[in-house]
Design a protein around this ligand. Structure first.
Ligand code: HPA
Ligand code: ZN
Length: 350
């Protein structure tokens, strides 16, 4: 039998949220800079003597009313400007990892955006040292396996991406892969074909944001030109039946972020999200939080709100958690161990 498949009995609607919260899960799409809560932004601003153009936490939170991806990115990059010292990066990552552990996330593959920091004069070493130290502590103190994936900002040039890779190479053993994020429209994956080819030679895992706002053609080129192993978001793929077939056949995981899609107006409401369609199409879809401090929820909230709005049930819950382990970049034995733990939780709810 396939490690990841299991037929599970239905769970009563009033117990489903508890099951969703209790089940072990992997988070595969989370930008660590997007976990910076307004309270921590203000605390770090004070600690580092950085001025921010908001009077208080409430005023900053009120600014989180987005109309599309770019309207979010503008405020997200501004928020990251309070991060200056190694300890700041540690504190940010540690705060996320504690929340992840509370949500029964047992593995977290966290994105970071070094160019947001290096262009302000913060060194690659400062960024990676702080994040990596939090990952090491997460394993021993929280029981969370945490790894880093370095993202290139796609609105910047290929040359900038190569320079970033060069700066990161001395720290090669501290991140497991590379990704591609930031403004999608007008910046197709193929802009970074050569950088990704180089990262592939280096043995790094490859992922890319595609089909969040961009067309199915961007998902095709992420697969065929960049040769990524996972697609981040990918929700526009349902517009292309041939693409859906390809993603299902090759078991390419899609790291879907429902509350992000809602806040960035990719779907008009959560009840109209296409997660069910992706699962019904046989895709390895997963649920993730993207930028939890900005989009109104960490992992468990993404699960409980999406299930409440779309009517998904226990079988979908199993599939999504199992998919998160299948799609993670850990070894087969560790994946089997996670699925065993998932089975034990489902047995409790049977
Ligand atoms: N899309 C693109 N870039 C990002 C995102 C996202 O959802 N979050 C942080 N950077
Ligand atoms: Zn993202």
């Amino acid at each position: 039998m396939n490690t990841f498949s299991r037929t599970v009995p239905p769970v009563a609607a009033d117990r489903l949220p508890d099951l969703l919260r209790a089940m072990p899960k992997a988070e595969l799409h989370m930008h660590i800079e997007g976990s910076l809560e307004p309270e921590l932004i203000f605390a770090l601003a004070r600690r580092n003597g950085v001025a921010i153009p908001y009077a208080n936490v409430e005023e900053l939170r009120r600014a989180y009313a987005f109309t599309n991806l770019q309207s979010f990115l503008d405020i997200y990059y501004a928020g990251a400007s309070v991060l200056q010292k190694e300890q700041d990066f540690y504190d940010m990552a540690w705060a996320y990892l504690e929340r992840a552990a509370a949500d029964n996330v047992v593995r977290a593959e966290m994105f970071f955006d070094p160019q947001t920091h290096t262009e302000r004069g913060v060194s690659m070493q400062t960024v990676v040292d702080g994040l990596h130290r939090a990952c090491v502590d997460a394993k021993s103190k929280l029981g969370v396996d945490a790894e880093l994936i370095m993202c290139f900002l796609r609105h910047l040039s290929e040359e900038d991406a190569f320079a970033t890779l060069e700066q990161a190479l001395p720290l090669r053993d501290r991140f497991i892969g590379v990704g591609l994020d930031s403004s999608e429209l007008g910046h197709p994956p193929e802009k970074f074909a050569r950088v990704f080819a180089r990262c592939r030679e280096l043995g790094l895992h490859l992922v890319a944001h595609a089909g969040e706002e961009g067309p199915p053609a961007y998902v095709w080129s992420a697969l065929d030109v960049l040769k990524v192993e996972r697609i981040d978001h990918g929700v526009q793929s349902t517009r292309d039946p041939a693409l859906m077939k390809r993603l299902a056949q090759d078991r390419i995981p899609l790291t879907v972020c429902p509350l992000s899609n809602l806040k960035l107006c990719v779907f008009p409401d959560l009840g109209r999200h296409n997660l069910r369609e992706l699962l019904d199409g046989g895709l390895v879809a997963t649920v993730n939080s993207d930028d939890p401090a900005y989009f109104g929820g960490y992992m468990n909230r993404n699960f409980t709100e999406t299930f409440a709005a779309t009517g998904l049930g226990a079988q979908h819950a199993w599939q999504l958690a199992a998919n998160s382990f299948e799609g993670s970049f850990t070894d087969a034995a560790t994946k089997r161990g996670y699925v065993d733990r998932l089975g034990a939780v489902f047995d409790r709810f049977a």
